[in-house]
Design a protein around this ligand. Structure first.
Ligand code: FPP
Ligand code: MG
Length: 298
């Protein structure tokens, strides 16, 4: 059924009758399609679910096109990003096109479904703004980080599950909490993999987050468990290109202090809450999505 979502997106792009848009769209890598899978699993795979999944994936793709411009990212999902190959102007406009076409199709849904998704997009934009602001200096504040990743990443996943539940006549609150926990855990695992995986595996440069200025959860936990001298060293490395020796020091300290493990256990705990909620609803495959996401390696 995921293939039906791909066809629906292609159909929407074809309606725009512009060769350049069609070409740029075809060049986009597909990614995991986590949000589409969620819609199809929560709302079963009828036509309306396929449309909702396509709309959400188009909005998500738009947000990544803009994010890569904002982050100066040269790769996305293992291939050169659109801002790298075509330039930032094209990437921004392609994001705007996907985003507004997605919204046009969203208006076909009842008001509560449409507003659930639309509100989440405002949240993700505010989350991105917070992410940029928090990257100015080393951020030791766990609460600020958690608020930011909720808005930047989890709000759309929460809205995905809740809107699909509304479509299927299920309890949108339970599915919303499931999506929120899944989304926060997803982002924390993403932040951990940035530290533990090689760039070949990630499809983007490793340890890029910290070099870019992002003090993700493992770095905050690391900071909390270091002595004053080591704290100063960590802060001095923030938002700078790292040498191999500095990378090795960070990785070593992450292991030694248990900072990575602590971040992983937190993500796992949130994931387990989501699994329990879905098991209570008899939704085995939604529970399995969480487990697979926590155990993923890239
Ligand atoms: C990836 O974060 C970015 C997001 C999840 C959200 C980006 C949101 C916007 C740019 C707001 C604009 C929205 C629209 C719809 C046009 P990341 O940089 O931590 O992850 P990455 O490693 O995948 O880049
Ligand atoms: Mg990014």
């Amino acid at each position: 059924m995921l293939e039906a979502v791909e066809s629906k997106m292609r159909e929407y792009i074809a309606e725009l009758e512009n060769d350049e848009v069609a070409k740029l769209f075809e060049a986009l890598p597909h990614g995991k399609r986590l949000r589409a899978k969620l819609v199809l699993k929560v709302a079963k795979s009828d036509d309306r679910a396929v449309v909702l999944a396509a709309v959400i994936e188009m909005i998500h793709a738009a947000s990544l096109l803009h994010d890569d411009v904002i982050d100066d990212a040269m790769t996305r999902r293992g291939v050169p990003s659109m801002n790298a190959t075509e330039g930032s102007k094209q990437a921004i406009m392609m994001g705007d096109i996907l985003y507004s076409k997605g919204f046009e199709e969203l208006t076909a849904f009842e008001r509560k479904i449409a507003s659930t998704v639309a509100r989440a997009v405002t949240q993700l934009s505010i989350g991105e703004l917070m992410d940029v602001r928090l990257s100015d200096r080393f951020n030791p504040d766990v609460a600020a980080y958690m608020r930011m990743i909720y808005q930047k990443t989890a709000a759309l996943i929460e809205a995905t599950a809740a809107s699909a539940a509304l479509l299927a006549g299920k309890d949108e609150k339970i599915y919303g909490i499931y999506g929120k926990n899944l989304g926060i855990a997803f982002q924390i695992i993403d932040d951990i993999l940035d530290i533990t995986q090689t760039s070949e595996r990630l499809g983007k440069p490793a340890m890029h987050d910290f070099e870019e200025g992002k003090t993700t959860l493992p770095y905050i936990y690391l900071y909390e468990s270091l002595d004053e001298t080591a704290k100063e060293r960590l802060v001095s490395l923030h938002r700078k290109p790292l040498t191999d020796e500095e990378r090795a020091w960070i990785t070593g300290m992450m292991e030694e202090t248990g900072a990575l493990r602590r971040a992983y256990l937190y993500a796992k705990e949130l994931g387990e809450e989501a699994v329990a909620l879905m098991e209570g609803e008899g939704e085995t495959s939604l529970a399995e999505i969480v487990t697979a996401m926590i155990e993923r390696e890239f």
